[in-house]
Ligand binder design. Structure first.
Ligand code: FES
Length: 120
């Protein structure tokens, strides 16, 4: 069996920036601030000189009710987040140091989160 080539990036982060109509029952990450927050994460990754990490905006990751959402590969670890401070913690703990931000981890069986407003 052929082995997969090694990943091109050490970490590849997909940040959902999908937008839906206001009356869509699933909501969307964009309406919860994901565009601003994705831009912040990209800026901070650049400022901190993070190497081997790619941060991409993504369309719907199909976990809308839990959003804003992001997923980091190759680990396949999912996070929900609300604030720039959340993203700072993901950047430092996960992307820089290989740990996990346990309070922001999303479990596969989760269907919804308690609603809290996003903020910068
Ligand atoms: S809109 Fe972000 S996961 Fe669906």
């Amino acid at each position: 069996m052929t082995r997969d080539p090694k990943p091109y990036f050490n970490s590849h982060v997909f940040v959902c920036v999908n937008a839906r109509a206001k009356d869509d029952p699933r909501g969307c990450c964009s309406s919860k601030g994901s565009v601003v927050l994705r831009n912040y994460l990209k800026q901070r990754a650049k400022e901190t000189g993070l190497k081997g990490v790619r941060i991409n905006g993504a369309q719907c990751l199909d976990r809308c009710e839990l959003g804003p959402t992001l997923v980091i590969y190759p680990e396949g670890v999912w996070y929900h987040y609300r604030t720039k401070a959340d993203l700072d913690e993901i950047l430092e703990t996960h992307l820089q140091n290989g740990g996990r931000v346990e309070r922001l981890l999303m479990q596969p069986e989760w269907k919804e989160l308690a609603e809290t407003p996003w903020s910068e």
